[in-house]
Design a protein around this ligand. Structure first.
Ligand code: NI
Length: 163
């Protein structure tokens, strides 16, 4: 699958809830995992491959071999705590990295590929990646999580680079 690059307008749209976990969805998820691995990313949301559905895949940071991936279908952030600065990049804004603000800890609930509801209570990288990918489902890219001044400078830079 091709990764949509900023300023592709699909990246700024909100995604719809998933009603059925059918073969089409499983195929999409498998393709997303392959695309993310090829791009050496740690997370990928459906809008980034042009599909406006509420699903993302990401690395499972509890597995040190980095071989395991989590599938998050219709995720909901239930609770957040604290605030941290995190240096982020995005496969849809290649080559640009900067600091943004995120919640330190989150509680997030999602369906897995078998339709089973799971709750994750996380901090560190897992929490950051969950929040970054979750934002994609609402059409929010990481510069939105910067301070206003920083965001203006960053957006000018990327608007020059990507047309
Ligand atoms: Ni991203």
């Amino acid at each position: 699958m091709n990764i949509k690059i900023y300023p592709d307008p699909i990246l700024l749209k909100s995604s719809s809830e998933i009603k059925n976990i059918d073969k089409g969805l499983i195929d999409l998820i498998n393709s997303m995992v392959n695309t993310m691995r090829e791009a050496e990313g740690i997370g990928l949301a459906a809008p980034q491959v042009g599909v406006l559905k509420r699903v993302f895949v990401c690395q499972d940071f509890s597995d040190e071999s980095k071989e395991t991936f989590l599938t998050m279908i219709n995720p909901k952030i239930i609770d957040t705590e604290g605030r941290v600065e995190s240096k982020e990049g995005c496969l849809s804004i290649p080559g640009y990295y900067d600091y943004v603000y995120r919640a330190e800890k989150i509680q997030i609930e999602a369906l897995d590929i078998n339709g089973k509801s799971k709750t994750y209570l996380t901090d560190g990288m897992q929490s950051i990646v969950f929040q970054h990918e979750y934002d994609h489902l609402d059409g929010i890219l990481f510069p939105y999580r910067m301070s206003q001044i920083k965001r203006d400078i960053f957006m000018k830079k990327i608007n020059r680079e990507f047309k």
